[in-house]
Design a binder for this molecule. Structure first.
Ligand SMILES: Nc1ncnc2c1ncn2[C@@H]1O[C@H](COP(=O)(O)OP(=O)(O)OP(=O)(O)O)[C@@H](O)[C@H]1O
Length: 982
């Protein structure tokens, strides 16, 4: 590309403020702007401008980024504009990589050999542990390591010469001693740790400014996250000409725990008073709704550096704050919403367009398991998949060994965990010995410990002793316990794992092995316990897995609970495994919020927005937590979903409250459920993403049968089991899972109080089938319904009045307060008003509503007190739909009706009917629309009956596929009116 052309290309892609920043001739330029305002874009353009237009040599330009990913992306963008040859000459990378480059070339000047090695985190930890032990220092090695690192990161004068500077440390004198010894060790070994890369580079450039005498300009990305030593380094890089450009956003400073200093911004403006400040005020990333709501969150921080941020995009859809009953329901809802969006956007939104951003990696388990169950591929950024985390792997290995000790690999992995002084050589010789004797390693160990085999040279007697008192005893004890596990719960899997944790002193083990992150790892262990609890609850209902008995074929009763648990885990982790060669682009991204910085996705979910999660219970800086939520929300381009369960991962003992960062405006600013997707939404999302909206016909044609186009599969007001019937025990069952036996649950529900929404606020055509004439169609009845119908039919023949009598089993008499099917038809009567109100999400409502398990259950009309009740009113029992009769055209909305009613993309199992002029009041009200459901699903019976093939079809006479707008016409009950509120 020729020079003027390139300049044009660059400048054309910029708005006015960006243009000013890119072409500024000031020595120091500070671009301070909000998320999505094009800071990175501007910085990249400035690099190109300075090289192309100002004629700087690429090798005289330093560009420092915060992450390797950001460096890579910037290289790519610059490479495209200037060519790879030019791009390669630019000194572009993270602070650490740039520092390493200088040290390897000029390190000799400060006594550093050019071939120095880098001590990684593990090396540093081991060195410090050895020092503390050797010198008997009275400090925790982990604390000492963190202390040393902090000292270095701050860039204090002591960092270069810690030895002998006794007055610098207020803390324990042993810390200073440890620091000095550690530094001494690194120097003797020609090692440089991560912090030293920066510290030594500062030392080099202070003493030898000529090393950077060529540097024309220095540009820094994500400036708000630089720490003290990085600030010093920036100044030293730029010392020859003092030309610096920084881009940053104080609202996105989220690395305080890594000694990042927001104060560096003020320091820069103070030390370089001539700095030209440019603010970028247009947000190109997010919809207006997303931006507005994110700003509401951050503006609560009254001490922040205020900036203007205007959306360039339209409102699009209102961000969602969804209330769910439990963390597992939350995971399931996210998956259902991802799938719904995929379908309703006709393939325009794919899995790779979705990110689930978590405050802490330990929250990922429910999400991972829901995605795994649904077969949705995902990738993790900023954290390992749950089952791959070290602490979880160890526990699973132990359980596997307990279950099947002859598994050599497992024994080899745990033989020295926790440390038992068994090295690789011993393990190798054990494996060889086992192989020669053709027995398992476990058997070899047992023989050694019983004295039946002589210790080989490598397996010394004292080691045998250690193994027998450690590994062998642990496994033996646990095996006994595992054998005692029974389904009745006298000894449970939880007891077994508790005992395992005790035997291994696992918490202590994590503290010693992972001094800096033992709390997170222990949180994962607790999460693992929750997983086991979930499994145990499910297990008690696992009778469905039994196979029917066959004559003369003996069955073995499967009561191996541990085995079943391990098999479940293996299957789940297999579903979660990255397919190495698979198409990574079709994966949903799960990321920590920290790791999502600087990135963007069309759709973003932020689960577990509750106090304790965000703000995090262990965080010391509440405003940094607020900024984290802000960063998460502003990653979203078109659609943003926040969610909050009633209870945290520990279940009923862990009731949570909506995060105070969103609570004050939750009810006004957020929608309570995912948006309806119509043509307008399709087009506005497409516009934001710069994509082509799919034709409506394609969307429509591809909707599968039994598909609900609305976010209505989960209740808007989840039932709080602790409030539902007063007994926590029941609640626990309720909360844990949607009970398998829906009848039982329905019975429970009928005894609730009318103030609380005992029923789910959603339903499907299938579940409400008993309210439709469809129930009377052949092949669409349960046995119970059939029995009731027959009885009802007989009763109708006898023309018996329903009366007020109590209903006996099998009787066709209705209870006095039970509405007949016709009762539902008559307007304003019956169950109207007893249904739950539309959920209002807010601090007051969240967590107070009742929660109803995780999956839809059959709803039962209020007043029907048990399964014996007739499902159909006698008068209607004889009502038949003529077989083969074509369903009529669904109700067409009248002009002036808004879209608040129900949508109609597919067909109900019930035949549609023509609008009736007598029934204007029966139009669903806004309230009713939440609880009535879209006629979005249909049953294959519809098609069988109508003599059509399976699949989404338009009824005869409907003409071409309706547009999505058309589909959004208010739902009208098809053959009868249902009371409001249901
Ligand atoms: N002038 C512009 N016109 C159109 N799109 C732009 C413009 N400037 C930036 N963008 C687009 O806006 C989005 C956000 O840009 P960028 O990532 O540079 O923002 P940022 O300020 O660095 O965001 P964050 O601080 O959140 O990381 C990108 O998709 C980018 O291509």
């Amino acid at each position: 590309m020729s020079k003027p052309n390139l300049e044009n290309t660059i400048l054309r892609s910029l708005n006015k403020a960006q243009h000013r920043a890119v072409t500024s001739e000031a020595s120091t330029v500070a671009i301070l702007a909000g998320p999505g305002s094009g800071k990175t874009h501007t910085l990249t353009s400035r690099v190109v401008w300075l090289i192309q237009h100002m004629g700087y040599r690429p090798s005289d330009v330093i560009v420092a980024t915060f992450t390797i990913k950001a460096a890579r992306e910037m290289k790519e963008r610059i490479g495209k504009l200037l060519g790879e040859e030019v791009e390669k000459k630019i000194i572009l990378g993270t602070f650490h990589s740039i520092a390493r480059r200088y040290l390897s070339i000029y390190g000799r000047h400060i006594g550093l050999e050019s071939k120095f090695n880098i001590a990684d985190d593990g090396d540093s930890k081991a060195i410090i542990q050895r020092i503390c032990k050797r010198l008997d220092l009275k400090v925790e090695p982990s604390y000492a390591k963190a202390w040393i690192s902090k000292k270095k990161a701050k860039g204090t004068p002591s960092v270069n010469a810690p030895k002998g500077q006794k007055n610098k440390q207020q803390e324990h004198p042993d810390l200073a001693r440890c620091f000095a010894e550690y530094q001494d060790h690194l120097e003797r070994s020609n090692l440089v740790d991560f912090d030293d890369l920066l510290v030594k580079c500062v030392e080099l450039l202070r003493k030898n400014p000529e090393c950077v005498s060529n540097v024309q300009t220095v540009l820094i990305d994500e400036y708000q996250d630089t720490n003290g030593i990085q600030y010093e380094l920036m100044k030293l890089f730029a010392q020859a000409r003092e030309r610096i450009t920084i881009v940053g956003d104080p609202d996105q400073s989220i690395y305080g725990w890594r000694s990042a200093e927001v104060r560096n911004l003020y320091r820069l403006l103070r030390e370089y008073p001539e700095t030209e400040e440019v603010s970028l005020e247009e947000n190109y990333r997010s919809s207006q709704y997303i931006l507005d709501i994110s700003l509401q969150v951050i503006e609560e921080d009254k001490n922040r550096y205020k900036k203007v941020l205007r959306p360039v995009h339209t409102k699009c859809t209102q961000p969602v704050l969804r209330s769910l009953g439990s963390t597992s329901t939350e995971g399931e809802w996210i998956v259902s919403e991802i799938k719904r969006l995929g379908m309703m956007f006709g393939g325009m939104l794919k899995n790779e367009d979705v990110a689930i951003l978590l405050r802490s990696a330990s929250l990922s388990r429910h999400i991972e398991s829901a995605l795994g169950k649904a077969g949705v591929a995902y990738q993790m950024i900023g954290g390992k998949k749950f089952y791959e985390r070290r602490e979880i792997k160890i526990l699973l290995d132990y359980l596997r060994a307990v279950h099947q000790p002859d598994n050599n690999d497992v024994i080899a992995r745990i033989i020295n965990v926790p440390r038992r002084g068994v090295g690789d050589v011993t393990v190798k010789s054990l494996l060889e010995e086992a192989e020669q004797a053709k027995i398992s390693v476990w058997a070899v160990l047992c023989k050694h410990c019983r004295g039946e085999r002589r210790a080989s040279t490598n397996i010394r007697a004292n080691m045998e002793q250690r193994l027998s008192s450690g590994l062998l005893n642990t496994i033996f004890t646990l095996r006994k316990k595992a054998d005692a596990i029974t389904k009745d719960g006298a000894v449970t899997l939880i007891d077994l794992i508790d005992s395992l944790l005790n035997q291994l002193s696992f918490k202590r083990y994590l503290e010693l092995e992972y001094p800096e992150e033992h709390e997170t790892r222990w949180a994962n262990v607790q999460e693992f316990m929750n997983l086991v609890k979930d499994f145990m609850r499910d297990y008690s209902q696992m009778d469905t897995e039994e196979l029917p008995e066959i004559d003369n074929v003996t069955q073995t009763k499967e009561d191996d609970i541990l085995g079943k648990f391990l098999a479940n885990v293996s299957l789940a982790s297999d579903a979660q495994r990255d397919d190495g060669d698979g198409d990574k682009s079709s994966m949903v991204t799960i990321s920590t919020i920290h790791a999502a910085k600087g990135l963007e996705w069309p759709v973003v979910f932020v689960p577990s927005v509750y106090v304790g999660s965000i703000p995090h219970s262990r965080s010391e800086d509440i405003e940094e937590e607020r900024r984290l939520l802000y960063v998460a929300m502003t990653r979203a381009q078109a659609m943003l979903y926040l969610s909050c369960p009633l209870y945290g991962p520990q279940g009923l003992s862990n009731k949570v409250e909506l995060s105070n960062f969103v609570a004050p405006f939750a009810s006004k600013a957020f929608a309570a459920r995912g948006p309806s997707i119509d043509k307008k939404v399709l087009e506005s999302v497409a516009k934001i993403l710069g994509r082509e909206a799919p034709p409506e016909k394609r969307v429509f044609d591809n909707l599968p049968s039994m598909f609900s186009p609305e976010d209505d599969t989960f209740p808007l007001s989840p039932i709080d089991p602790k409030n539902s019937d007063g007994t926590e025990e029941n609640g626990e069952q309720h909360y844990a899972r949607a009970p398998k036996r829906q009848r039982k649950d329905a019975e429970k529900c009928t005894s609730g109080n009318a103030d609380q929404p005992l029923f789910k606020t959603y339903s499907t055509t299938m579940e409400d089938s008993s309210h439709f004439t469809m129930s009377s169609l052949p092949g669409f009845m349960t046995a119970g319904q059939a029995r009731s119908t027959i009885s009802a039919s007989l009763a109708a023949k006898e023309n018996q009045p329903s009366g007020n009598k109590k209903v006996a089993k099998g009787s066709t008499h209705r209870d006095s307060n039970q509405k007949s099917l016709l009762g539902f038809v008559s307007k304003g009567t019956g169950a109207a008003g007893t249904g739950p109100p539309e959920a209002k999400i807010g601090s007051s409502s969240l967590g107070k509503q009742l929660q109803h398990g995780s999956r839809p259950q059959a709803s039962v009309p209020i007043g029907i007190s048990g399964r014996q009740q007739p499902i159909l009113d006698p008068a209607l029992a004889q009502h038949k739909l003529g077989v083969g009769k074509r369903p009529m055209r669904p109700t067409v909305a009248k002009p002036g009706q808004d879209g608040a009613g129900k949508q109609y993309p597919c067909f109900s199992s019930s035949p549609p009917r023509q609008p009736s002029p007598e029934e204007p009041e029966n139009e669903p009200t806004k309230e009713a629309s939440a609880s009535s459901r879209p006629a979005a699903v249909f049953h294959s019976t519809t098609f069988t009956t109508a003599g059509t093939r399976l699949g989404v079809r338009r009824p005869v006479g409907m003409g071409p596929a309706p547009s999505l707008d058309r589909l959004r016409k208010p739902f009208k009950p098809l053959t009868m009116n249902r009371p409001k509120g249901r």
